[in-house]
Design a binder for this molecule. Structure first.
Ligand code: ARG
Length: 476
């Protein structure tokens, strides 16, 4: 025996700690380091409410199916509710010897009810139990994330609503491209968030399937009713194949992938806010409530919130990769490797919720756009050059020819250090006789934006329509 192994007490029955939960084939307790290594109670206690819900549904079903009497089923339910109350009062604190939340609950139930408690685990296994708990937990969290996405969208819409007339440079390759309406820019993120909500709604249907009753892997001879527990727990369906039921973690991967995309969207907006807050752009100011200072440089105001959001992508994407790797080599059916899914999912959920909340707050009260700076930016660049070409196109000049002519004009203006609008009319007409004095109006940034009336474009009416639709969609 290893020198630091615990006393070799033979264990029997479920009352002897987790080791004691195993059958009489075990003669020795676990090595303490292995006990710690094996235990998940340190984190899966998070699943306690779901474990109790699942156990209550299971107990009631056992009663309805005549596996236990109806009176026994009621007492099992009462015992489980007692544990819920103890947890709420802070008196249910299972230690490492409980191994996991499932054993912890069962052990306490047996303490409370005596031999009757030993009937709860009839016709089920921890394998279908843990899958049930995790799905119930994730289903609820998906709804929380959906609500957080709605708040984030509302915050974007509120900003968009106040900036329906504000212009901002639009970029491609991070080079000034064409001016756009600021509301239009913000509404692009609303569209991303809507797709996130759709994706979560879609995968929620695959989370919401009951594995309960698959037992260890093969089903059970106990006359249970899987549809009874599924209905009681609000599952939309039951797994068709018991092996698949206990070994499927696709839902964890799908969810982490969807959460990763949420993070991608938040991170892209973060990157923009960080740029906008820099002295080089100076398109926004950060409020004191959402920015921090430097410990050394007194003039600094740092965009920590979007930086953290951007940085936290790493862990969410990492968990996605971790889950895929954890699952890929596993033979059917349950493998203890699955215990690793929990901390990954818990962290993905916590991080995604935290980031959504932080970004919503940032939009609600952390950033204010500086219309004067934005206005000055779009008025002092060449982002209206396409509109000069479009002006000629409207007068019958083929686009490619117009494009070349305007390129020449831009080159001249750049060389002289002046803007297009500063070129006298003769210069325009020298390039092409179709230019008339209305060219100055046509290249005014406000007109440039207004003219983009194509569906989904940045024209003011189009944007107002987008705003209306996005708001209506959120209300429905
Ligand atoms: N703690 C385990 C998990 O998280 C519960 C299921 C254990 N099942 C088993 N047969 N050892 O996956």
């Amino acid at each position: 025996m290893a020198p630091d192994a615990p006393e070799s007490t033979p264990v029997s029955g479920v009352t002897g700690g987790a080791a004691g939960s195993w059958s009489n084939r075990f003669e020795q307790g676990l090595h303490p380091a292995i006990e710690r290594f094996n235990a998940s109670i340190g984190f899966d206690i998070e699943l306690l409410p779901q474990d109790l819900d699942g156990s209550i549904a299971h107990a009631r079903m056992l009663g309805r199916c005549g596996v236990v009497s109806l009176g026994e089923a009621e007492r099992l339910v009462e015992g489980l509710e007692t544990i819920r109350a103890e947890a709420a009062a802070g008196t249910f604190n299972p230690g490492i010897e409980a191994e996991d939340v499932h054993f912890a609950v069962e052990r306490r139930l047996i303490e409370l009810l005596g031999p009757l408690g030993k009937k709860l685990h009839t016709g089920r296994s921890r394998n279908d139990q843990v899958g049930t708990d995790l799905r119930l937990w994730l289903r609820e969290k998906i709804d929380c994330i959906d609500a957080a996405l709605v708040r984030f969208e509302r915050a974007l819409l509120a900003q968009a609503g106040t900036h329906g007339e504000t212009l901002i440079p639009g970029y491609t390759h991070l080079q000034r491209a064409q001016p756009v309406c600021l509301a239009h820019h913000l509404l692009a993120y609303v569209e991303m968030a809507e797709r996130d909500r759709q994706r979560l709604g879609d995968l929620r249907r695959r989370v919401n399937i009951s594995p309960l009753g698959a037992a260890a892997l093969a089903g059970t001879p106990v006359p249970i009713d899987r549809r009874d527990t599924a209905a009681a727990l609000g599952f939309e369906a039951i797994y068709t194949n018991s092996l698949d039921a206990v070994s499927d973690r696709d839902f964890a991967v799908e969810f982490s992938a969807a959460a990763s995309l949420v993070m991608v969207h938040l991170s892209r907006l973060s990157e923009e806010v960080i740029l906008w807050a820099s002295e080089e752009f100076a398109f926004v100011t950060l409020s004191d409530r959402c920015a921090t200072g430097s410990s050394l440089m007194p003039q600094k105001k740092n965009p920590d919130v979007p930086e953290l959001v951007r940085g936290k992508c790493g862990r969410v994407f990492g968990h996605l990769q971790g889950l895929l790797t954890m699952i890929k080599g596993l033979p059917l059916a349950y493998n203890k490797d699955f215990q690793e899914d929990k901390e990954a999912l818990f962290d993905v959920v916590r991080t995604t919720l935290d980031c959504l909340e932080a970004m919503a707050i940032l939009l609600e009260e952390g950033v204010s756009f500086r219309p004067e700076r934005l206005e000055a930016a779009v008025a002092t660049d060449f982002s209206n050059a396409t509109d000069v070409a479009d002006y000629l196109v409207a007068k019958g000049v083929p686009f490619r020819e117009a494009y070349q002519l305007v390129g020449g004009l831009v080159k001249e203006a750049l060389a002289e250090g002046i803007l297009l609008r500063a070129l006298p009319l003769e210069r325009w007409q020298h390039v092409h006789p179709a230019f008339e004095s209305d060219i100055y109006e046509a290249i005014h940034p406000r007109q440039v934006v207004a003219a983009r009336r194509s569906e989904g474009g940045t024209g003011f009416e189009q944007v107002a329509e987008q705003l209306r639709r996005a708001a209506a969609r959120l209300e429905s």
